[in-house]
Design a protein around this ligand. Structure first.
Ligand code: GLU
Length: 384
């Protein structure tokens, strides 16, 4: 099925490779690849999955995750906003009054975020950054020195952005340290498989699905995915949410990584870019995946409102066994089943509600059930 999706977009050769970084302009435009990782860590890849390319802006969500892990949300928000900019990725525009960049996924905001990472020199800071990117990918990654040199030589606009933020005070410390670390983070080599696993680690609440390692907390993963959903696709983010509905981040090398929360991490690669700087065929692949595989973020799902419920007879009454995910909306269903069970039982019979096997229990659901059962405390026992 994944191969079919690739074949569908293969003939579209519109767009052009990024040319403002000389080393990227030389990239072969032909490769096309797709990878997806599911909840149990199985990775599927099709197309040119062996090709390595630089991560570019797709590093930004993960450096943001590192900043959140090192410093917490409030500190990060003092340096950078979380509003979609509606402007190109390298726009020279900062928030009036504060001088903050619009969000951590445009260049200015990403440089400000990188400047927050601990490290007194480029090597130390980049070490931490490449370290966290490697944790997300589940293997050791490294920097392509030729692309780094090319970015560093041609990155005057990024340097200008950093100087501007430094002058407003929204960025502190050395401009050189911030931008050189940022250029190195953009020059880390990855494959589509890496992108899929990195996206998967966000999709599965901060746990790398292939290594089982917790890289960031569930809350940090959710924060990052939230910002990706509103800001990840440059000035196409709004239309992207409508058409594809997968929080995503693209990079000028032609990669896109996308997060289908609790379902899949996806990576695509095809170097030709559209006028927003997003991969043409990569976007096409993700649009197809979202449509055909039901992955749109706002697609309705039954499971949270329909926990698993089975009723078993015991010697002195019944046991109601709960499983799956028990959310607040699901509590209503549990209570209505209990109502039926209670009505059908003879006086004196006891009812045990066993929630010990619930895979994901939302506290508000349990509180609601406990409150209602409290009135019948003598007859109904809750195991949690
Ligand atoms: N290194 C690139 C730059 O700073 C990243 C841009 C991108 O991938 O959007 O211009």
């Amino acid at each position: 099925m994944l191969q079919d999706v690739l074949d569908d977009v293969r003939s579209d050769t519109s767009g052009a490779t990024a040319d403002y970084i000389p080393e990227l302009a030389r990239a072969d435009p032909a490769p096309l690849a797709l990878a997806a990782v599911g909840p149990r860590g199985r990775v599927f890849t099709v197309g040119d999955d062996h090709v390595e390319f630089t991560i570019q802006s797709m590093s930004k969500p993960f450096v943001l995750a590192l900043a959140l892990r090192e410093l917490g949300r409030e500190r990060v928000l003092r340096s950078v906003g979380v509003e979609p900019s509606g402007e190109p990725f390298n726009a020279i525009s900062l928030e009036a009054g504060t001088g903050r960049a619009a969000n951590p996924l445009v260049n200015a905001g990403a440089i400000a975020t990188t400047s927050l990472i601990a490290g007194t020199d480029v090597e130390e800071r980049t070490g931490r950054i490449v370290g966290v990117l490697s944790q997300f990918a589940g293997r050791s990654l490294w920097v392509d020195e030729a692309v780094y040199a090319s970015e560093s030589e041609s990155g005057h606009r990024n340097r200008a952005l950093a100087h501007l933020m430094r002058s407003y005070g929204s960025m502190q410390g050395s401009v050189d340290l911030a931008v050189e670390s940022y250029f190195r983070q953009c020059s880390v080599l990855v494959t589509v498989r890496d992108l899929a696993v990195m996206a998967g680690t966000l999709a599965f609440g901060g746990v790398n699905p292939t290594t089982g390692e917790r890289v960031v907390s569930e809350r940090i993963a959710r924060d990052v995915v939230s910002i990706m959903s509103s800001c990840g696709m440059y000035d196409f983010s709004g239309e992207w949410l409508l058409r594809v509905g997968l929080p995503a981040k693209s990079g000028v090398s032609g990669g896109i990584l996308a997060v289908a929360p609790s379902q899949y991490g996806v990576g695509v690669f095809s170097p030709r870019l559209d006028s927003h700087g997003n991969s043409v065929r990569g976007s096409g692949v993700l649009e197809r995946l979202s449509e055909d595989f039901g992955m749109h973020l706002l697609e309705p799902h039954e499971s949270i409102a329909e926990p698993g419920i089975s009723v078993e007879r015991t010697e002195d009454g019944v046991t109601v066994l709960l499983g799956g995910e028990l959310g607040f909306a699901g509590a209503e269903r549990v209570l209505s089943v209990l109502g039926e069970v209670v009505g059908a039982l003879p006086d004196g019979a006891t009812i045990t509600v066993d929630a010990r096997d619930v895979a994901r229990l939302h506290p508000a659901a349990l509180t609601a059930i406990r409150d209602v059962l409290g009135g019948d405390a003598g007859r109904i026992r809750l195991l949690e």
